[in-house]
Write a protein that binds this ligand. Structure first.
Ligand code: SF4
Ligand code: FES
Length: 243
């Protein structure tokens, strides 16, 4: 069976058009692999024979570890290196590839997620100290929160997120939980708590679509329970009571 990649192409906020490419890759090959194959052709032509510009998309690790290759694959936001052609295609072998819709498009499948990273910086989400993670539950939660790839897929499906507004979505929760929980009482912890309440808690209605889509399986709901207890209701965590 041959696969056909229908790629939504365009630049910036301008008009976009679909361009269709036949792929010789196998069902078990990833969408990222098929895009790489297109990028390695000496002359790129679409299925009508029209000479095509190189397709712009982001990737780095190709191992589901960096989050760069997030895009919309046959209507579902996902990592291109995590989805096989066989899984993405309809029975006719057709696959659609589109850029994430919640972020400004740069070109083709490339988007600008810079505003999200700037928002995390504004929230002062950096660790100033390391907490004692001997408690098993605490260690496990930190480990899983640290698995966030910053891919932005959670923001793509979040009903409350739109680029340029202050709501930071699950990406912000994963980072805020780690910093807030590891910080001791003081001005940094207080400002992280304040930023969390303003930039997440006041806007979230817990659809949890973020948790379902997350390729890193970040346990968003568990993190919310913990950080809400600490940063919103000022309750001590069980592991703090054990000290
Ligand atoms: S929480 Fe999951 S979906 Fe959201 S940025 Fe992190 S890894 Fe991606
Ligand atoms: S290229 Fe790194 S997650 Fe896909």
């Amino acid at each position: 069976m041959s696969y056909h990649l229908n790629i939504r192409r365009g630049e910036g906020g301008g008009a976009s058009r679909w361009q269709r490419f036949e792929s010789p890759c196998a069902a078990e090959d990833s969408v990222a692999h098929a895009l790489e194959e297109l990028g390695q052709r000496e002359f790129l032509q679409d299925e009508t024979g029209e000479v095509a510009e190189r397709i712009a998309w982001d990737c780095a690790c190709l191992e589901k570890k960096c989050g760069a290759c997030a895009m919309v694959i046959s209507g579902r936001p996902a990592l291109a290196c995590a989805v096989s052609l066989g899984a993405a295609a309809n029975p006719a072998g057709e696959i659609t590839l589109e850029p994430l819709r919640k972020f400004p498009r740069i070109r083709d499948l490339q988007v600008d997620r810079g505003a999200c990273f700037a928002a995390l910086q504004e929230m002062e989400l950096w660790l100033e100290e390391e907490a004692d993670l001997t408690n098993r539950e605490r260690r496990e939660l930190h480990y899983r929160a640290a698995g966030c790839l910053m891919c932005g897929l959670c923001l793509e499906v979040c009903p409350h997120f739109s680029a340029g507004r202050s709501f930071v979505g699950a990406m912000g929760v994963a980072a805020a939980f780690r910093v807030y929980d590891q910080s001791t009482e003081g001005s940094h912890r207080a400002s992280v708590g304040q930023a969390y309440r303003r930039r997440f808690f006041s806007g979230c209605t817990k659809s949890l679509a973020c948790q379902d889509i997350c390729p890193a399986k970040v346990p968003v709901e568990k993190l919310l329970v913990k950080i809400n207890a600490a940063a919103v209701w000022h309750r001590k965590q069980q592991w703090e009571k054990e000290k």
